[in-house]
Design a protein around this ligand. Structure first.
Ligand SMILES: [Ca+2]
Length: 210
């Protein structure tokens, strides 16, 4: 390489290296901020109002505070996330089972519905042949305000999952919270729901462990 070109190349290399050195120190700070955000946790103070009654399905009589539609024995000890009982919907061909509860959402925001769900299915693949749909209905239960989610039967799902939906848009309203499981004519799917909650008074907590 000619000496001039070599010198220019070396200068360019130093400049590039310098640029790298200049930007390198900023990276850990950005990474640290990302870690802070990722590690920020929600906590619900003990004084939060209980919005969903019997959300763990343990109260007596079975199904207290819940309205069951499509069958009258939808609370079961067959599979539970906590305690002894959970809602058990579906499991029959051409079935349409729902549990619903009328709740008054607090005026605070944010508001989140959370619950644990699980399922077993003979479907060969994840698909919407059989579904668990979560909705908010209006106060007299006659129309849908929001379809919060449609959970599909999935043969690969092997454990309970926690699901949360933001319902802040409906704060202060009286609504029905509904879980509806539908099975089509074959490959039956069994849906389980437990520990249903509405948390209304979240707090952001700073990291204290680092
Ligand atoms: Ca339970």
């Amino acid at each position: 390489m000619p000496r001039l070109r070599q010198a220019m190349f070396s200068a360019l290399a130093v400049a590039v290296a310098g640029a790298l050195l200049l930007v390198t120190p900023a990276a850990p700070a950005a990474a640290a901020r990302e870690t802070d955000l990722a590690a920020t946790v929600f906590a619900v103070p003990a004084t939060c109002p209980v919005v969903v009654k019997n959300g763990g399905f343990e109260d007596s009589p079975l199904g207290a505070n819940w309205t069951q539609v499509g069958a009258s024995n939808l609370i079961s000890d067959f599979a539970t996330h906590s305690g002894t009982y959970a809602a058990y919907l579906g499991g029959l061909a051409n079935s349409d089972h729902s549990i619903r509860q009328k709740i008054t959402l607090p005026a605070q925001r944010p508001l989140r519905v959370s619950f644990w769900w699980s399922q077993t299915t003979t479907q060969p693949v994840q698909a919407d042949f059989d579904t668990l749909t979560v909705r908010l209905l209006n106060s007299d239960g006659t129309s849908t305000l929001a379809t919060l989610g449609v959970l599909e039967a999935d043969p690969e799902m092997a454990a309970w999952d926690l699901v949360e939906y933001d319902v802040s848009a409906y704060s202060g309203q009286t609504v029905w919270l509904e879980f509806q499981a539908k099975n089509d004519e074959t490959w039956e799917s069994h849906f389980f729901v437990d520990d249903v909650k509405v948390a209304s008074c979240y707090q952001y907590l700073p990291i204290t462990t680092r």
